[in-house]
Design a binder for this molecule. Structure first.
Ligand code: FES
Ligand SMILES: [Fe+2]
Length: 264
């Protein structure tokens, strides 16, 4: 993995740098101090500019060598997240993360987040999004039973069935890095359709590690789950779900949706 230091300059711009100081290797993320548009190393006080990582000041000398710089990572702050671009061959960003209008305007507000560590390759998680065939079989019996196979088929939930209709397609240029899945969910209890459980979910795979799940419910309102997948090790992913939901809806609704989603 990579060790990074993220900081916000005094005028509010967020930057991401390599954590270790190129001087003698102190960790800028542990005790580094923000000075103007720079971060100051806690060891000997060298200051590095967020924008390009260049050392701009060494407290005990006038001359700052040109090679004194720390690696910077392309990053962006969008929808309440600070995202870092990673490319294994060092290619710069080829696409940008779209803003979700309702989050920016404050119409949808933050209602909680979950965090899991998943033993998988990062590719397996987006592949699962395209695998619409598993929805009805695996998630048919009972959503709230979760994904523990000892209980998903338990009789306890027999009275309730979930019906999924899903479509998946890749997006055309210039968004060929994205895909969409449209899911119509309905549920029956003792064989009767419960329209309260009707839910339309539009899932957009925005990039390999980022999904926007937009929910639409006839009277429980609209909202979004932002899912990020951050590789920690080659076969270990940190998966975070954050939910933003219509401000005028009681917080219990988005909390329920978030729980139902994240235990799948
Ligand atoms: S180790 Fe960072 S300034 Fe010396
Ligand atoms: Fe699933």
């Amino acid at each position: 993995g990579e060790h990074l230091a993220a900081f916000r300059t005094q005028d509010g711009q967020a930057y991401v740098l390599d954590a270790y100081c190129p001087h003698l290797g102190a960790n800028l993320a542990a005790g580094g101090r923000v000075v103007g548009s720079c971060i100051e190393c806690p060891f000997h006080g060298w200051q590095f500019r967020g924008e390009d990582g260049k050392c701009t000041r060494i407290p005990y000398t006038e001359k700052v060598p040109d090679f004194a710089r720390v690696r910077t990572w392309p990053s962006c702050e969008v929808n309440g997240m600070l995202l870092v671009w990673y490319h294994c061959e060092g290619v710069g960003p080829t696409w940008a993360v779209p803003e979700q209008h309702e989050i920016v305007t404050g119409e949808w507000v933050f209602r909680g987040q979950t965090e899991h560590f998943v033993d998988a390759h990062i590719q397996e998680i987006p592949e699962n999004a395209a695998d619409t065939a598993h929805l009805a079989f695996l998630h048919g019996p009972a959503i709230l039973g979760g994904s523990d196979l000892r209980y998903t088929r338990s009789r306890l939930w027999d009275f309730m069935k979930h019906i999924w209709k899903a479509e998946w397609w890749p997006e055309p240029e210039p968004n060929e890095h994205c895909s969409r899945m449209l899911v119509q969910h309905t549920a029956t209890i003792f064989g009767k359709r419960v329209s309260l459980m009707d839910l339309t979910v539009s899932a957009r795979q925005v990039g390999p590690g980022l999904v926007f799940l937009i929910f639409e419910h006839a009277f429980l309102g609209h909202g979004i789950i932002l899912q990020t997948v951050t590789p920690v090790e080659p076969l270990l992913q940190n998966v975070v779900h954050k939910i933003y939901y219509q401000k005028n809806m009681p917080a219990i609704i988005p909390k329920f949706i978030l729980r139902a989603e994240c235990i799948q």
